[in-house]
Design a protein around this ligand. Sequence first.
Ligand SMILES: Nc1ncnc2c1ncn2[C@@H]1O[C@H](COP(=O)(O)OP(=O)(O)O)[C@@H](O)[C@H]1O
Ligand SMILES: [Mg+2]
Length: 377
Amino acid sequence: MPKDLLMWDETLFKDPEVFEIDYVPEQFHHREIQMRELAFQIRPGMRGGRPLNSVCKGLPGTGKTTSIRKLFLEIEETTKKLVPVYINCQIDNTKFAVFSQIFRRLSGHLPPASGTSFKTVYDAIARLLLKEEMVLLVALDDANYLFYENEINRVLYTLLRSHEAYPGTRIGVLLILSDLDLDLSTQLDSRVGSVFRPSEVYFPPYASEEIQEILRERVLQGFYQGCLPQEMFDLVVAQTQKSGDLRVGIDLLKRAAINAEKNARRTIERDDICGAYQVSRNLHLQSSVRALRDDERALLLAIADRASSEEEMNAGEVYRAVSSGMTISYTRFYEVLKKLDAMRLVNLHYREGRGRTRIISLRYAPQKVREYLGESG
Ligand SMILES: Nc1ncnc2c1ncn2[C@@H]1O[C@H](COP(=O)(O)OP(=O)(O)O)[C@@H](O)[C@H]1O
Ligand SMILES: [Mg+2]
């Protein structure tokens, strides 16, 4: 065996952990301003008061989740009186689910899955907060997922007006949004808006030197020396910029190294990166599809099927086709369409003409969508 080949038990990864999606990097630069602003907002909570509410806005991959996770770790190291609760709204996207997570954070276990009313969970949370004199800080990450069925108003109303139902409770909210088009002033009820009054913290996209620096740090930590030649590193940076999402870059590094290992090579080559990019670029599609409910998946699949065969899809025709195969009301159908549009899986637009016709187009290649829905073949 030539000696530049990788032995079966050898690897390019010094620390594979640093390429994982939930890894919190030790080195975290370029977000100092945002972290300071958030710390300022949260500070009253460290002294037993109510934290000020904030909204973090920025495109995917701009360090919002990482900033919150870092701040929460610091709070946990400093005090027991301010309890930060992190909610991933892609997973927990109903009022009951959100409050179950809060209950779990405070009590150490989830409420019983069946037969527990919302009121029981809410009562228990309030009792724990008052007994231990704790203040709550709730981060609703990827809160876009709460907007489709107006769940956001129910969640915020209950959190922000808890002191009316349980005097003495103090809860602050951090809302994290990656959909810049979402307009809170029109989406929130006035009774929520009047108590929310958040400060906005903006996370701008990283500049190209920043992307380089962040990825270089990951490479140093994660790979053995010499696996990624400079020219190949530059290619990864270029692809990351093209996708506009740092997560794509980190995923790309991981997959490219796996490709090189598959071929028993000690260095990552152009083909490894190009092959990996075909997968990494669809990271958004993959994670969005995973978060869909059954009827939403079915509708997306129907759209993908039609997208392969037709030039233009209008909503009415798609509804007729879908409703012959499954029971779905037009209201629910349209609600799901709006959700898929807001998730940037499809594009919904109007065409003026005889009446207003809604046209649907798929934002991804139909076969890719089918693949991630588990329908490839
Ligand atoms: N300033 C930074 N330094 C190092 N890594 C970063 C930085 N910003 C983001 N990342 C990494 O990029 C990826 C995306 O960041 P994340 O916080 O999840 O972004 P967002 O929540 O805005 O989509 C994560 O893997 C994170 O570790
Ligand atoms: Mg995030």
